[in-house]
Write a new protein. Structure first.
Ligand SMILES: [Zn+2]
Length: 120
């Protein structure tokens, strides 16, 4: 049976030692910030203890996957060597590469969507 997008995310997060949180409607996150805040986005949370990604509420699994890998891309960038203006491009590129390494092909349209979101 084919792996679902969620299973793929869980597999990669485990391998990369990334703490994962999947937001659910009506959970504590949505109670605090509102559901809309978590629609169609993944949020990277980095603090001393946690290398964590919060996966928001997605209707489109391809977008969820592409958005997740974009954030993973951010975790492997060395900001000191990359121009600020290139950070988004670089994060998306590295995330896409990492997906490939894990045998996951990101949907082209979803990647284009992520690029358009990252510019905002
Ligand atoms: Zn980004």
């Amino acid at each position: 049976m084919a792996e679902t997008a969620r299973e793929q995310i869980e597999r990669v997060a485990k391998g990369c030692k990334i703490k994962l949180t999947f937001v659910k409607p009506d959970d504590a996150y949505c109670m605090t910030d509102g559901e809309d805040f978590y629609k169609n986005k993944c949020i990277l949370k980095v603090d001393v203890k946690t290398n964590g990604i919060i996966v928001g509420l997605f209707e489109d699994e391809n977008r969820m996957l592409a958005s997740f890998f974009h954030q993973v891309g951010h975790t492997i960038i060395d900001r000191s060597t990359i121009e600020t203006s290139d950070v988004e491009k670089e994060a998306i590129k590295r995330g896409d590469f990492l997906a490939e390494v894990h045998g996951i092909t990101l949907d082209k349209a979803a990647l284009a969507w992520v690029r358009s979101q990252a510019k905002k």
